[in-house]
Write a protein that binds this ligand. Structure first.
Ligand SMILES: Cc1cc2nc3c(=O)[nH]c(=O)nc-3n(C[C@H](O)[C@H](O)[C@H](O)COP(=O)(O)O)c2cc1C
Length: 197
């Protein structure tokens, strides 16, 4: 068994002028520096999924749309996930919700954490994500990274447009805790699956 969990950093916003790349790159750098995960950036822009149009979730029958099948293969390659979460009207983006719906079995019994950003650090969106994760039989970390309030204003291109490195002092502890938990759960679920097999 590969002892290092394979972790995807999934960018949940696809709009052309998104801010998402900055937090995605920042959390990728933090995670890579640890050396205890194999990381890959997964951009929903590279997965032009239709709005869900299958007969049922792939729990019940194989999906027909080739993009959905390709997405399921991508999701299935990983042991855990770091979602990059924008808050749109107090929830996750429609693009991320659709991507979550377009797989089922591939998410099961895997952990995730999140880096959220917005006025309140996308706390409401991350809580919604956790509820969705329960239905997908996933496990959420207790900790997550939240870029909110003055920090969000400082780094968002519409306001301060500073690099995230300028506000990272207030993010590093939560990032460490969230990533520690993610690795712990990834190893635990990988070991449990290996024992079952
Ligand atoms: C449709 C829409 C809804 C939004 N709703 C919220 C919200 O509920 N809470 C919040 O903090 N920010 C909200 N915002 C502002 C976003 O936090 C901000 O635009 C952020 O840059 C979005 O992420 P993105 O640029 O990566 O797409 C909203 C933005 C959009 C476009």
């Amino acid at each position: 068994m590969n002892s290092k969990p394979r972790i995807a950093v999934i960018i949940g916003s696809t709009r052309p002028t998104r801010f998402a790349d900055a937090p995605a790159q920042w959390i990728l750098k933090q995670a890579e520096a640890r050396g205890d995960m194999d990381l890959e950036l997964v951009d929903l822009r590279d997965h032009p999924l239709p709005f869900f149009d299958e007969m049922a979730s792939n729990l019940w029958m194989p999906s027909q749309n080739p993009e959905a099948v390709r997405w399921q293969e991508t999701v299935g390659r990983f042991d855990g996930y770091i979602f990059v979460v924008a808050e749109y009207n107090h929830s996750i983006t429609a693009a991320l919700k659709n991507a979550l719906d377009q797989a089922y079995k591939e998410w099961n019994r895997k952990p995730f954490t999140a880096i959220g950003y917005g006025g309140t650090g996308a706390t409401r969106a991350v809580e919604h994500l956790r509820g969705i994760g329960v239905e997908l039989q996933m496990v959420s970390t207790h900790a997550a990274v939240h870029i909110g309030g003055g920090d969000f204003m400082a780094v968002h291109p519409a306001f301060g447009n500073k690099p995230i490195s300028e506000i990272e002092a207030s993010l590093l502890q939560s990032a460490k805790t969230a990533l520690d938990e993610l690795v712990w759960w990834a190893k635990a679920t990988m070991a449990a699956k290996a024992a079952e097999a």
